[in-house]
Design a protein around this ligand. Structure first.
Ligand code: HEC
Length: 394
């Protein structure tokens, strides 16, 4: 296994560029100066090109934005918003949401957030937030219109404007993504794969047969990119809504998108943990597009790879590394903070105990564990997973 990897590294130097994120990239933002921030399921925010890893959130990072005056803001599962202005710790922390945050937006020095508590919050540069209610379910997307009006959308199928609370659109259909164009048009990506343009003359592009996961527009509003849950990323010329490119290559499906300030480069982040670059003019990938190392993993391990590393040098992830797990006593990896249940250490990991864990499920076998409930129900996949873990424990 190790020798094969070394051989691959010698043959394809691009593979040496290991992804820094330990899990899928969920959010991405490009600042005016071209620097980027990405946020992942691995709970970290990474600044590019410096490759600075900011480990502060205590849960998956679901939203990252660039702040107009410089710096970034991030938020997610832990319900907190962190403002980053260089340095290893947030320069400001905003708290108040009662459930995970799904979206952030900024207009001048004003910040907005929204999430699973169905509220929209507007945070002035100092002092308390204004909390707005009205949505009947999680609020998943936010965008400030050029005039400072905030638009919000979510699973209740409405798009609302704040602070007025005006319901701009009411469909039965969940929305996942919003982007405001410079002329005041709002583009909304829906669960039906359509992108709706909302202004005086509403129009629609049927962009994908699957739900739209993310949208991004160039600064001038002339080009729109859409990522769909089916894996396709499409690039459109606006306002006519003409399809320019459908991206092809590794790195799909994509969960986050952002254009460079000049609109010539599209950045994407997704399930393979890599930050990728695409040439907007040609729709082709730029730079080394190596397959992510997970391609060699058996199918059942791909789910684990979002939270567990396998190589000693891998960055810390949500779960302890599974390198050497067979034969290891539960809850004993030095430096990892286990839940009380695992810290008890009353199980030794063998083929049998791991098979039991994923047959009956973590909640049944180890009630109180922080590992989410999951089972591997296909016996062949389970066997391949155990073989794989065993091979990585020698
Ligand atoms: C969403 C994140 C996540 C996923 C996906 C996940 N795990 Fe975990 N896993 C964790 C966390 C967090 C812990 C530590 C739990 C605790 O302390 O209660 C853990 C602990 C473990 C442990 C105990 C390790 C030890 O040192 O005692 C094993 C074994 C394990 N996971 C195997 C797997 C396998 C195999 C898969 C895929 C089928 C998987 N996990 C998928 C998050 C995850």
């Amino acid at each position: 296994m190790k020798a094969l990897l070394l051989l691959l590294l010698l043959a394809f130097p691009a593979l040496a560029q290991a992804p820094l994120h330990g899990g899928p990239i969920r959010a991405l933002a490009v600042a005016e100066d071209g620097t980027l921030a990405t946020g992942g399921f691995d709970q970290s925010v990474i600044l590019w090109p410096a490759r600075t890893i900011l480990r502060w959130h205590e849960g998956a990072v679901a939203a990252v934005i660039a702040l107009p005056g410089g710096g970034f803001a991030s938020a997610g599962e832990d319900t907190r918003i962190a403002i980053w202005h260089g340095g290893p710790a947030p320069s400001r922390i905003l708290e108040g949401h009662e459930a995970p945050i799904a979206a952030l937006a900024a207009h001048g020095a004003v910040l907005a957030s929204a999430g699973w508590d169905a509220t929209v919050r507007i945070w002035p540069p100092s002092g308390d937030a204004q909390t707005y209610t009205g949505h009947n379910g999680p609020v998943i997307a936010l965008a400030f219109l050029p005039d400072g009006t905030l638009a919000s959308a979510g699973y209740d199928g409405t798009i609302r404007l704040w602070p007025s609370g005006h319901v701009l659109v009411e469909t039965g259909l969940p929305f996942n993504a919003l982007v405001a164009l410079p002329d005041g048009t709002l583009a909304a990506g829906g669960a039906d794969g359509a992108i709706r343009f909302l202004k005086r003359d509403p129009s629609t592009i049927a962009a994908s047969p699957r739900s739209i996961a993310a949208l991004a527009a160039t600064r001038d509003g002339a080009i729109l990119a859409a990522a769909s849950l089916g894996g396709a990323v499409t690039i459109w010329a606006l306002p006519e809504g003409r399809l320019l490119h459908t991206l092809e290559g590794p790195g799909l499906p994509v969960w986050s998108l952002g254009f460079s300030p000049d609109g010539q480069t599209l950045w994407t982040g997704g399930a393979d943990r890599q930050l990728r670059r695409w040439d907007v003019a040609t729709g082709r990938g730029i730079g080394p597009f190596a397959e992510a190392p997970e391609a060699a993993h058996p199918p059942a391990f791909r789910a684990c790879a979002a939270c567990h590393a396998l190589t000693p040098g891998d960055p810390p992830m949500a779960g302890p590394t599974l390198a050497g797990v067979i034969g290891r006593r539960m809850g004993t990896l030095p430096g990892y903070r286990y839940s009380e249940r695992l810290a008890r250490g009353d199980v030794t990991w063998t083929r049998q105990t791991i098979a039991d864990l994923f047959t009956r499920g973590p909640e049944t076998v180890l009630p109180g564990t922080r590992m989410p409930e999951q089972v591997v129900s296909n016996p062949e996949e389970l066997n391949a997973l155990l073989d794989f873990l065993e091979a990585n424990s020698r």
